[in-house]
Design a protein around this ligand. Sequence first.
Ligand code: ADP
Length: 634
Amino acid sequence: MTVNIAANRETMGFQTEVKQLLQLMIHSLYSNREIFLRELVSNASDACDKLRFEALHNDTLFENDADLHIRVSYDKEARTLTISDNGIGMNRDEVISNLGTIAKSGTREFFSRLSGDQQKDANLIGQFGVGFYSSFIVADKVVVTTRRAGEKADQGVRWESDGGGEFSIEMLESTPRGTAITLHLRADQDDLLSGHKIRSIIHKYSDHIVQPIMMKKEEWKEGGQVITDEDETVNQASALWARSKNEISEDEYKAFYKHVGHDYEDPLAWTHARVEGHQEYTQLLYIPAHAPFDMYDRNVRHGIKLYVRRVFIMDDAEQLLPTYLRFVRGIVDSSDLPLNVSREILQESKDIEAIRAGCTKKILGLLEDLAANDKEKYAKFWEEFGLVLKEGTAEDYANKEKIAALLRFASTHADTNESTVSLPDYAARMKDGQDKIYYITAETFNAAKNSPHLEVFRKKGIEVLLLSDRVDEWVVSSLTEFAGKQLVSVAKGGLDLGKLEDEAEKQEQEKLASNHKDLIGKIKNSLAERVKDVRVTHRLTDSPACLVADEHDMGGNLARMLKAAGQKAPATKPILEINPNHPVVMRLKEEEKHFDDWAAVLFDQALLAEGGQLDDPAGFVKRVNQLMLEMRAG
Ligand code: ADP
């Protein structure tokens, strides 16, 4: 909706989400109000980076002023604070979309997760990113004037809003290049009108910003502090990553992360190194403390920032890390790549491959270090990013064994839904005579934990990994062994327990099988349409029957997942294994009249127990009812 006020001034409504975000921000982040300055300075710095990059191809954009900087000033009388830059600026359309809407992916999810609890919501907003709109935490009116580099002087734009539902926009004459944001402070924000206060906030949050942040020098004169005409730089104004590690404090690393990661919380861990040799580059890579809203959005570019000899080249250079490490934030600064490198070039470059391999190694090393030395942090990492890291077993052949050792699973060892067991843990606990790693996949943790397939393993005290994430099926299809030990599904094939079964048990098995030849034959006949084979089990102790997939057939869980996803699964039939010691099976042996019904129920309940869906649920119900009536009669 647009309302014309004057020839050149229009009022427009904010996107609904922006209104909601503004409301929330002002209330939830009030106790953290100083961050507005970090956000505005961060945007100003990005704007300078963008101009420097665009000017690589067209240096007229500099308009003879290549000395990029940020300026912070205040006016006690007008009660305003102004943050300005001579970076890329914005044209009218950009102002309307950047400062009137939220274009971020994950927006819907963000709003759906808000709870109304101020503390929780404050954290969520932090994770989502606060950005420009955080100005309204301290200001009740914000005025932006801006002109995009390369546009004529009369193409300036003025944006103004009180943070309610609307903003106004008008074209300006003779506007300098870049952006100036003037905050009209709220009544209780006068403490921000102090050079000392502003400098201390800049030191705290923005010291690492590469461009100089300029302020007017102040002097003590009789009567108090006076602002002079002389400029001074109030931040370090050097690339943090180019400094040597021992000169950088933890706080500086954290502050820099918030700028590059567009994050509000501290990172979980980081690694900073200068690599020399064939390719020379510096990497400063961070693992965030929480997953971003859009981690599973395939349309979003994920990645780190690429610099070439300190010049910003691009955001989200996804070629610098494999997809399964897409949660990593940070920068790579190459000494060798050409300044005009493009995404297309990155895709094919051998040099980039070397950098990617180096960054991958660093991150996996950092994770190994956390896993070994800071279990609590690693558990936190796993909770946030475990599912993504799992993709690596299929994606990164060269590092498969390393990634495998970093995975964490639930298992029958603890029987809880927490993924804390690693493959090396498992291997170290293997029983005498055990040479395989056993797992079960199911749709939910409970289905896995209570599966009949585990009965013999529980009886013998053999640990089984309980896999119930969708991605686990892909993990086990690419990760078929670890440290020389085969990974084996307990629901597949003949289940050769090898040395875990003694001679007496094996003989007992054979005896049972030959004693039940007739029964097996009858069931096979009865269920011929639905089973590939029927045999006596040695997996079960308490249940009457279970289904297993033949050695080279697709497992039931994966087949069901594919079907649910609308994909074709090969039409294979399962093998029905029966437990001849079970009273139900013993009873079946004597049955004549209803044999087919009983056999069908045996099959259907085995299918239900592994989380499958019945072809004919009504038929199943009918048969069970019939059985119950017979029970009364008998
Ligand atoms: P974010 O920085 O996370 O994208 P913001 O709400 O802070 O979100 O800013 C939205 C957009 O507005 C930015 O992506 C940028 O395109 C534009 N913008 C903000 N500040 C400036 C500035 N000082 N100069 C140029 N563009 C800016």
